[in-house]
Design a protein around this ligand. Sequence first.
Ligand code: WTA
Length: 648
Amino acid sequence: MSKIYYPNAEFSKDASIPSMEAYWKLQNRALEDYEGYWKSFADEKIDWLAPYDEVLDESDAPFYKWFTNGKLNVSNQCIDRHLATKANQDAIVFEGDRGDVEHITYAQLSTRVNKMANLLKNEFNVKKGDRVVLYMPMIPEATYAMLACTRIGAIHSIVFGGFSADALRDRIDDAKAKVVITADGAFRKGKPYMLKNVVDDALKEGGESVEAVLVVKRNNEPIEWNDSIDYSYNDMIDAQSDECPFEIMDSEDPMFLLYTSGSTGKPKGVQHSTAGYILWAQMTMEWVFDLRDNDVFWCTADIGWITGHTYIVYGPLSAGTTTVMFEGVPTYPDAGRAWKMIEDHKITQFYTAPTAIRLLHKMGEDEPNKYDLTTLRVLGTVGEPIDPPAWKWYYEVVGNSKCAIVDTYWQTETGGHMISPLPGATPIKPACATFALPGIVAEVIEEDGTPTPVGEKGFMCITKPWPSMIRNIWGDPERFKTSYFSECKKDGKPVYFTGDGAMIDEDGYITITGRTDDVINVSGHRIGTAEIEAVIKHVDTIAVSAVVGKPHEIKGEGIFAYIVLKEEGSYSPDEIKSEINKLLKKEIGAIALCDEIAIVPDVPKTRSGKIMRRILRSIAKGEEITQDTSTLEDPTIVQTIEKIVKEA
Ligand code: WTA
């Protein structure tokens, strides 16, 4: 049995949830009176502009509605309501790649967001419900743009800056975006990189809905300019008034879309609501990171992924804390960058992905010891299972055995954390997400809803609707139902299935065992194997491909592709790999490149033609094949492939 790490008593004394008794008190209250529980927090945390009628409307399940007919505005939640007490407190501490630092107070944030909101409203006629795509680097203007959208009721959809022109175009077209906000580019590892040219390429074909591209200057590199559609943020912003009354939004008005990968087809536009999302963003921020006055919180994710979205912008700002935004990478100019930033900005909570932890560990085992990290209280991890050695280093060296590690399990679809230790309460088992947060009913079950026995793998389900849950897949309600509410039932009623497997132990601790579907998790980024295969299909020489994840020392999972050529023997694996990766880079982006390929005569298929990916996953991992291969069309193919992979 692994060692249990108890919360530090000194820390627990002042923690917002100071003990397991306090945790159970909250959780039992939720279980006894679910709606009453959520009502009490909604009333406490949200500045309602008009009261809601019902806490939870289940009449059109699984299209659940929360706080029906209530009115609020997210930019009011994140800015205006803090101004009386926090005008001069830093809202954002921005650090650029090259070390340039800017402090932005809540008063300044207010001015800048109001101006940007006026710019969108007055110059581009952006109205409530219009979609605005952000293709932005990690600079403060990205946050202003997000909040400006929420101020005027526009639905923003952030597309991660690492996605290619084709991927960007798909997302712009799917959302029918009216405006795209971008930047000339930004800096990474001391050098400028470009973004605006990607938008130009995206709009060359498609993008018919786009009326304007608003361009923020960051790196001042030369860019192409099209007078009929491009507008300069820097030239236009000063003329805007710094007062823009916020739009009165309904609780259930869509707040944003964020595209994510599923096991089939194109990425899905995960649609979130207004009240539920902002409520849980704030509550989890306060509980999981045990937020206190004068905290300086740093989440290293990108705003183009839900982690950055919720825990760089909406969580910290709705909770009125100071959030750090970083343009660069934590390994530049050296492996001490992250630790230096923690020292410089007196950071109190540091939230990053296992990939980054493994990389920083590998690059500088003792590096953290060279810096003053004593301000740190809570360390967080997210996005993929963390392995015990990385956990141990994070705990002992980065946290000096004093900080709790919150291993937060959640998804784009859940809006905020679902399962996580609470730093002042939960005795931690390393690399274990532990317990559902108060109010969240997370269960490891079988398809029919019976609890999976202790120590066995089951389906990770959230069996009661919760406020920050996905509301729909943009434009595709059927896919919403089949993606999330078709696998598992409880008491005969479809329940939300996360797509992950999990295990519960004898103490009730939940460990996430990873995706059960064809989604791979590369450096904490979700990529569907179907998406990759759809691209590979376009390589002329390839007949069939089957893509699986393979454990990778740093990235968690790497991409492994089995390739069947149209004409055997005519090309080398290196040639094919570079062909494939060229296309993947163009169609999806550099995050989706194949690490390894194997050219095989065929892939294992059932007699009905279904590719047996489980076998391919096992072969990629070098595991013994234990699956039954008798149902295969050609069982001998398994040994053939094994041999090829072993010899590669
Ligand atoms: C995985 C990221 C283990 C999981 C917030 C999930 C995790 C997917 C953890 C969602 C964790 C996230 N431990 N696995 N603490 N957190 N995952 O939508 O497979 O980018 O379904 O959201 O990441 O990825 P997404």
